[in-house]
Design a protein around this ligand. Structure first.
Ligand code: GDP
Length: 300
């Protein structure tokens, strides 16, 4: 078992007791431990660097209260800064979904295959129906995998929302427009559009989802990312962030044993709020994202 960060810093600062502030020297040594903790949590290097830089700036010269060691003081700074980066300063509204002034509000889901997009559509539909009393329609624009369309139909049925059928012969933009038309005619409050996910980022897929976005102008474009994803999270997030005006992030599989460093990497690249966390395979496994809890988890 690895020591947690507080214990590790305590070891570093054993020799520093009595020092009244965080100095260049004692901070540098401790920041090496923080850096290691973040890398162990699979945070991508550019995100680690930026974070360490911020902490260093904030920490230097910070008074260490008499009851604290410099190590504890630095942990305090690190926790505060990481919490802020995760979105703690944005307030709870940051995790709320926006709804269009004129229904239906369109939610477009983006992300690689296997990250949990379709499951998340089911979870969101359930949440919107039960908590927000919305009439929800779902549609799949994944024309490459008929199984994906069937999967969406199944999860939509399980949560009692409406499903707009599509086929592999249709074009994604046409599917999205037809579903929107149907949603308007049947007074749905929300239309959730699931999209194709490839195993890796490819240009055609980005063009396709950008075209769907342009055609229906969603009020929410959610990037779904797997918390188990390591260093790769940053490249994927960059590709989707460049291709689409994302409005938020859903971090899935937080019930796994990863420390979830992907959260920091994705925030670093997109700056967009993480709105929800997926915490189980089941359709009730969706929570509002908690920035402070995430910060503690990443620090280990
Ligand atoms: P998609 O290809 O992005 O649509 O991904 P799916 O929705 O098909 O999910 C891929 C796998 O991840 C499935 O086995 C899901 O049950 C699983 N999954 C999705 N979200 C979560 C989650 O929050 N926790 C866990 N443990 N598994 C999840």
């Amino acid at each position: 078992m690895l020591d947690n960060l507080t214990q590790r810093l305590a070891k570093v600062v054993k020799t520093m007791r009595g020092e009244a502030r965080l100095t260049e020297a004692n901070t540098a040594e401790m920041l090496r431990e923080v850096r290691l903790a973040l890398l162990e949590a699979d945070v991508a290097l550019p995100a680690v660097r930026e974070f360490i830089g911020k902490v260093k700036e904030k920490a230097l010269g910070e008074e260490v209260l008499s009851s604290l060691t410099p190590g504890q003081a630095l942990v305090g700074v690190v926790q505060r800064e990481l919490g802020a980066l995760m979105g703690a300063d944005l307030g709870p509204e940051a995790t709320q979904l926006s709804f269009a002034q004129q229904p239906p509000a369109i939610i477009l889901m983006a992300g690689l295959q296997g990250v949990g997009k379709t499951t998340t559509v089911g979870k969101l539909a359930k949440y919107l129906r039960e908590e927000k009393k919305k009439k929800v329609l779902t549609v799949s624009a994944d024309v490459y995998r008929p199984a994906a369309i069937a999967q969406l139909q199944s999860v939509t049925g399980q949560v009692g929302a409406d499903f707009f059928p599509s086929t592999a012969q249709d074009k994604p933009v046409d599917i999205a427009l037809a579903a929107l038309d149907w949603a308007k005619k049947h007074y749905h409050d929300v239309l959730i559009i699931d999209t194709a996910g490839r195993l890796g980022v490819d240009e055609e897929m980005m063009k396709e989802i950008a075209a769907v976005h342009g055609a229906v102008k969603p009020v929410e474009t959610l990037f779904v990312v797997d918390a188990m994803l390591g260093q790769d999270a940053i490249n994927t997030a960059k590709a989707f962030n460049d291709a689409l005006p994302l409005t938020g992030i859903v971090l899935t599989k937080l019930d796994g044993d990863s420390r979830g460093g992907a959260a920091l990497s994705v925030r670093h690249i997109t700056g967009k709020p993480i709105k929800f966390a997926g915490v189980s395979e089941k359709l009730d496994g969706l929570e509002a994202f908690d920035p402070t809890r995430m910060a503690s988890r990443i620090l280990g």
